[in-house]
Ligand binder design. Structure first.
Ligand code: NAD
Ligand code: UDP
Length: 332
């Protein structure tokens, strides 16, 4: 059952963003402030950066940052909140490998704590899930109705399975308690504010190209991904929250590239002379990934509009500035 709570129009909507100092979370915080929300961001800074909230801090008292771990009830901020946007969780494979148990905790206990807060406050709750719930998919492209192909005991399971659990928990709170909830399945997203060395393919390739060192291709580079620019994702997240659609929605760019094609684009756009080097493919690395976004198109009237070339150009400019500000000598 879905209950569309209407927000009191007389006062600014109150939002809580978990993972608000992360890559996606900080862009969402900026957008909500721009839309007139009062925003509280909670983050334990395990993979996020406080500098990501530089713009948000300019809004003064309507923005509040809490350093805390949402897996621990005692560290949650006081509501009430009209909207809870649950984005906290390591997302890059090297991050969630390094923080495997913390990742399982934030997606299980952390999700449960925020669901309880949402019930108490009668908030609308949005879970940031992932295309990883489809695992190494046997169905291509992936519709929301596909149940996935996930190794429950592999190296990615701490992330994939805990996100699947978070989805199950969210649906159960909706069924049992009538919680008004949303679930988005985010496909590979990139853009300014990614950590330069977070280990994801876009950040690795841009950093390597700018520094003139070889781009590391895992496997033969023929595996595919669909890369979505951050601004498109933020628009999709907001439209999902403000809709009344309670089933999972894919948010991703359906244009599919191989990892080798991505490397070539990054080399061309940076003008880098870097070579390519090949390394083993990580365990259970999905061979292909591409969203079907018919649901988002129909329900949200949303689809991505920023092509990969343009998004990469903006991201490269951001990385170049970061390196120059930190005194690094760049090769391109
Ligand atoms: P990120 O690592 O930049 O951000 C995650 C944030 O959560 C960080 O700031 C981190 O410090 C914080 N965090 C982690 N554990 C926490 C805890 N216990 N308590 C409080 N804060 C905690 O990653 P991102 O790319 O911004 O991803 C944000 C969300 O979107 C994640 O839930 C991720 O699973 C989902 N997602 C992202 C992508 C993508 O391509 N970026 C793809 C699929 C899903
Ligand atoms: N990858 C790569 N070189 C890198 C980092 C990643 O070839 O330096 C590959 C990785 O094996 C995967 C794809 O790029 O096939 C996307 O990896 P990423 O970690 O960005 O996202 P995910 O695997 O979670 O989709």
């Amino acid at each position: 059952m879905c209950i569309a709570e209407s927000v009191d129009k007389k006062q600014a909507p109150r939002s809580l963003v978990s993972g608000g100092a992360g890559f996606v979370g900080s862009h969402l915080v900026d957008k909500l402030l721009e839309q007139g929300h009062t925003v509280t961001a909670i983050d334990n800074l395990s993979t996020g950066r406080i500098e990501n909230l530089k713009e948000a801090k300019k809004y003064g008292l309507v923005f509040h940052f809490v350093e805390g771990d949402i897996s621990k009830c005692s560290e949650l901020p006081l509501g009430p909140f009209d909207f809870i946007w649950h984005l906290a969780s390591p997302a890059s494979p090297p991050d969630y490998r390094r923080l495997s148990l913390e990742t399982m905790a934030v997606n299980s206990e952390g999700t449960r704590n925020l669901l309880n807060l949402a019930l108490q406050d009668k908030s609308t709750f949005l879970l940031a899930s992932t295309s990883e719930v489809y695992g190494d998919p046997l169905v291509h492209p992936q519709p929301e109705t596909y149940w996935g192909h996930v190794n429950p005991i592999g190296e990615r399971a701490c992330y994939d399975e805990s996100k699947r659990f978070a989805e199950a928990l969210t649906m159960e709170y909706s069924r049992r308690f009538g919680l008004d909830s949303r679930i988005i399945r985010i496909f590979n997203t990139y853009g300014p504010r990614m950590r330069e060395k977070d280990g994801r393919v876009v950040s690795n390739f841009i950093s390597q190209a700018l520094q003139g060192i070889p781009l590391t291709i895992y496997g033969d580079g023929q595996q595919s991904r669909s890369f979505q620019y951050i601004d498109d994702l933020i628009e999709g997240i907001c439209r999902t929250m403000y809709s009344s659609y309670c089933q999972p929605i894919n948010l991703g760019n359906p244009k599919e590239f191989t990892v080798l094609e991505l490397a070539q684009q990054v080399l061309a756009l940076t003008g880098s002379q870097s070579q390519l080097t090949f390394a083993p493919l990580p365990q259970d690395d999905p061979r292909q990934r591409k969203p079907l976004i018919e649901v988002a198109k129909k329900v949200l009237q949303w689809e991505p509009i920023i092509p990969l070339q343009e998004g990469l150009r903006r991201t490269i400019a951001d990385f170049r500035k970061y390196y120059q500000d930190s005194g690094a000598v760049l090769q391109s």
